[in-house]
Design a protein around this ligand. Sequence first.
Ligand code: COA
Length: 386
Amino acid sequence: MVDESKWFGDMRKSVEGAYLSSSDVRAQSGFSGDEGRWERARRVIAEVVDRDGSFLDVGCANGLLMESIVGWTGARNLTIEPFGIDLSPRLLSVARKRLPQWSERFYSGNILDWRPPRRFDFVRIELEYVPSHRRAELIDRLLRDALTSNGRLIVCRYSGSDEQPPGGLAAGLHELGYEPTGHAHANDLDGSTLTHVAWIDRPVEWSLDHPDELTAGAVTLRRWRPGDAAAIAAACSDKEIQRWLPLPSPYDESHALEYVAMMEEDAATGRGFALAIVDPGSDRPLGSIGCRMARARGVADVGYWIVPIARGQGVATTALRALSDWVFANLHPARIELVTDPDNVASQRVAEKAGFVREGILRGYHEHRGCRVDVVMFSLLPTDRS
Ligand SMILES: CC(C)(COP(=O)(O)OP(=O)(O)OC[C@H]1O[C@@H](n2cnc3c(N)ncnc32)[C@H](O)[C@@H]1OP(=O)(O)O)[C@@H](O)C(=O)NCCC(=O)NCCS
């Protein structure tokens, strides 16, 4: 069993040790060789960028690849807006110093649970950034959460990487359940391969059914609307909701409007959906419940909140039961997952009352306000309901 906190901690330390021990700009991006070799190895990535757009480099280190991609695509008259994310705050501070014009575009975090504040047209990753059993999940998450609706995921494997799956990168992706749209490689002067690249285009036609309205006992679930912004902002300023959910703080109506727009886009592009739980008489929002679907794994996950005055009356439980029934009947996942903080007793009670089964603690599973935290995993299988 992999201890993930340790796995990522070790990775961060070893990368920092290797990259920060040199003042050479390429060494600080994990590369050994001169500028010519860098271009022979990495220009192939820029060739996969086929239009103007935003480019997220996962594991961006000192930002050199972002800079190079802008230059190489610029030579083909393309305009690329670069962004980067890295596990190491120390490497990011080198990146921000080197490239102050992009200082707001460097994110610190772990790609496995980072919640992208925007969507990107191109995302570059290496699968080695996460333990092998989480690679399918990584691809699924990036396709779902990080890419624009017709975005392209660019998966790289560099020479010197410890893991060289037989049959190549494309075969490795196939084994994980993904068919690459294309693949390419780049050789050094002696003919040895420096870089393998395979890319997956997010299918435009991906669509996830979502209900416009559901009746759940005494409440109704309906799509969120821009007119709900004031109610969302008031709810998301509540201290219990702020305590357990990763929301901006302070939370105002502009955040609420962004949220409603993002949920509309998610529903339209098949990533998931969120519904307002309302009082059917007054249409007043009492809470929110949402679902996201990880297709490759056949798993849906759900989350919810209820406004303070409506708590303790069974609203969350009723909504969760109705939503789970709808999800099984329409999306056919193998399981629905629900994770809560081990100290969030009310949410665990809701899960149990709605028939979810407590599976155990997943250690260091999420990042919450800058810290890795444990979660309790609950699940519901279709057979739990029969
Ligand atoms: C968790 C939350 C959604 C529950 O909503 P709700 O509509 O009040 O839930 P229900 O009324 O269906 O059930 C709540 C249950 O938790 C119990 N409960 C509430 N607070 C509790 C506490 N501090 N300790 C123990 N049990 C508690 C209630 O007694 C009730 O159980 P019961 O019916 O056996 O008495 C709501 O409290 C909330 O929005 N919290 C903040 C956001 C949040 O935590 N979201 C979930 C993130 S995973």
